[in-house]
Ligand binder design. Structure first.
Ligand code: PEP
Ligand code: MN
Length: 412
């Protein structure tokens, strides 16, 4: 059953105690639906997770680096040694690899846990691996692995996440959850909640982009608005970006990492290999430890606020103008919808269809030409026009329904 927006977690967090009453009085719910809504009200709210500030020391982003996969003891050793000057906060390496097709390298398995521990011994740097089953968790904990992450193909599966959470119960090691492959925020939050419910409080999210049908320059499209919305809902949650899996290409990693930092991400996970061209998995997107050291020097770590009165006054002035424009835009949208309602009413009276394809084609083409003359991005305006059109159609459907329901039925 699809729940109206008011029942979703954002709304629940704002008014948890009002909802049960509201649900019972306003909505004529079945017993099953009431039980479901009460269950939602009792949901974990992730209020006591360790705040991002407790992860980061100093003023640079949290850095996780290391190969896509552990391949040989020499490869792990060479990569870790090369990474030391970049001072990573954690070293990553995949031991069990979720590959899209069989008959490809699927990871070394538990043997490599020892290689990672050995290669990092004495460095004081924690190590992390991907876990996708309870067995992986048991083996990792037994080998003294310090942190784990849940991969995108596992986050999509609540059964697997639950199984992993149960296996982690009592350990309270840091767990980082990658976004699911599909752009569904609730699935991502749900995985974090499952871990939180077994007592894991050192939780973080890793944004690695989303699969899509359309081909773009990215291997996994960033859909930045999703992690931004996650931040709005869970402002204290540590958020790390994985530009390697978003990019799919070493040449794009720096640019994607800088965008993430400018969007106020708290850290980066970057795949690094001492010899990327020969990597056994994700060869195209890995960079060398030297390249990573250079990248960390080149990236600009910007702040969210500064105490400079002149800058703040200038920003405030510009923001006031944006506020005014948004107000005018909303008024125009409301005026537009009023006219749409009138159009719906006259169409209904005259038995005319809601959609006239030629009119829609004309609107679409003329507005795009105008947008291009104003140097507006065509894809953006196209999305906006589709949204406006969808809202117009829905509004007219409502007008048609209301008029139909208010018209007295003809006697037979
Ligand atoms: C990885 O980190 O190597 C990996 C398999 O990532 P993802 O789950 O993002 O595909
Ligand atoms: Mn990888």
């Amino acid at each position: 059953m699809l729940l109206p927006q008011i029942f979703r977690r954002e709304a629940l967090e704002i008014t948890p105690w009002v909802l049960p009453l509201w649900l019972c009085t306003v909505y004529p719910f079945s017993a099953e639906q009431k039980a479901l809504s009460l269950h939602l009200v009792n949901m974990t709210s992730l209020t006591d997770i360790q705040p991002k500030s407790s992860w980061i020391s100093g003023d640079r982003p949290y850095l996780i680096a290391g190969p896509c996969s552990a391949e040989t003891p020499e490869q792990i050793r060479a990569t870790v040694q090369g990474l030391l000057p970049a001072k990573p906060d954690a070293i990553r390496a995949g031991i069990w690899k979720p590959r899209t097709r069989p008959n490809t390298f699927e990871g070394i398995g538990p043997e490599a846990l020892l290689w990672i521990k050995e290669a990092t011994e004495g460095t004081g740097i924690p190590v992390m691996v991907e876990v996708a089953s309870a067995k992986h968790v048991e083996l990792s904990l037994a080998a003294g692995i310090d942190m784990v992450w849940i991969g995108a193909r596992t986050t999509v599966n609540p059964f697997m996440v639950q199984e992993i959470a149960e296996a982690l119960r009592g350990s309270n090691i840091p767990v980082l959850v990658k976004n699911p492959v599909n752009p569904e925020l609730d699935l991502w939050i749900g995985a974090l909640e499952r871990l939180h419910k077994v007592g894991i409080t050192k939780l973080a999210a890793i944004h690695r982009g989303f699969s899509g049908y359309e081909k773009t320059i990215y291997r996994n499209h960033p859909n930045w608005e999703l992690p931004i919305e996650l931040r709005r809902q869970l402002p204290d949650l540590m958020m790390i970006c994985d530009p390697s899996h978003i990019s799919g290409n070493a040449l794009l990693v720096a640019d994607t990492a800088q965008i993430a930092l400018d969007l106020d991400f708290d850290g980066l996970m970057i795949e690094t290999h001492h010899d990327p061209a020969r990597a056994w998995s994700d060869a195209a997107q890995q960079i060398t430890p030297d390249q990573l050291c250079r990248l960390m020097k080149e990236l600009v770590f910007r702040r969210e606020h500064i105490e400079d009165p002149a800058f703040n006054a200038q920003l405030e002035l510009l923001r006031t103008r944006i506020d005014g424009i948004d107000e005018a835009l909303l008024k125009l949208l409301a005026d537009r919808l009023d006219i749409i309602r009138d159009i719906g009413a006259v169409k209904m009276e005259n038995d005319i269809t809601i959609l006239q394809p030629t009119r829609w084609a004309e609107i679409f083409e003329t507005r795009l030409v105008e947008a291009s003359e104003r140097s507006l991005d065509q894809a953006f305006v196209s999305r906006l026009l589709h949204l406006l059109h969808e809202e117009s159609i829905n509004t007219q459907v409502k007008v048609f329904r209301e008029q139909r329901d208010n018209t007295p039925k003809k006697q037979a």
